[in-house]
Design a binder for this molecule. Structure first.
Ligand code: PGA
Length: 249
């Protein structure tokens, strides 16, 4: 399943506000048959959101998964996610890398477990501001890709989310043509380094809203978006999904 528009709620939501989110989303989405739109609520709301969305095409994923199961206090395994009907996970978000110290090699373990379990992954990469200023974005991204996924057999649906760290939650986004060129670069590196020469879809993430979605989605190599802040509002998120649907190719 290829997912194009994914909301990352981070540590937000509540039993009550999730219900109003669904209401707002439902009345704002143009195509009730959506199949490529998803949200990732916190673990504790996965079950609620899976039941609330059972009559919508919306997919529900987790924001992270552990690389293993068993004696790992506080962690959530892939099997636990699958068990409640969660069908994919974000892995390697920059907040996991920065706040929780997740390295490229550690994330590789998560990817291996996910690929072995047939669990779909949205793998995040992205450069900090210093790399962007120094013009070394591509080197940085290449290292993230090679260290985490070289020689892995990637499953259908494996997707990259390119999120420049300095664009997350800041209202700033890179030049649209630069994003497009970076996505092409990412596709080429993943294709040449993965065992099965897999070319992934590449979503853009970082300050995406209904205002900039149209220009982003016109670009050839931008296959969709991973959306943080703007996904917290069901109406705004549906609007972005509507724009993607109408992008014209
Ligand atoms: P943002 O977050 O849309 O609020 O910039 C994106 C993300 O962190 O995935």
């Amino acid at each position: 399943m290829s997912l194009s528009i994914i909301g990352n709620w981070k540590s937000n939501g509540s039993l009550e506000s999730n219900k109003s989110w669904i209401h707002d989303f439902k009345y704002s989405i143009n195509d009730p048959e959506i199949s490529n739109v998803a949200i990732c609520p916190p673990f504790t709301y996965l079950d609620q959101m899976i039941s609330l969305t059972s009559n919508l095409g919306l997919s529900i994923g987790s924001q992270d998964i552990d690389s293993s199961s068993g004696a790992r206090t506080g962690s959530i395994s892939i099997n636990a996610c699958k068990d409640i009907g969660c069908c994919f996970s974000i892995v390697g978000h920059s907040e996991r890398r920065e706040i929780f110290g997740e390295s490229n090699m550690y994330l590789r373990q998560k990817l291996i477990t996910a690929q072995e379990s047939g669990f779909q992954v949205i793998f995040c990469i992205g450069e900090p501001k210093e790399q962007q200023l120094a013009g070394t974005t591509n080197n940085f991204l290449e290292k993230q890709i090679i260290e985490s996924l070289s020689d892995l057999e990637l499953l259908d649906g494996f997707t990259i989310a390119y999120e420049p760290i300095w664009a997350i939650g800041t209202g700033k986004i890179p030049d649209i043509k630069d994003i497009n060129a970076t996505h092409k670069f990412i596709k080429d590196i993943v294709q040449s380094s993965s065992k099965n020469n897999f070319t992934p879809n590449v979503l853009y993430g970082g300050s995406v809203t209904s205002k900039n979605a149209e220009v982003l989605f016109k670009e050839k190599y931008i296959d969709g978006a991973l959306i943080g802040g703007a996904s917290l509002n069901g109406k705004e998120f549906a609007e972005i999904a509507n724009i993607f649907k109408n992008r014209g190719f």
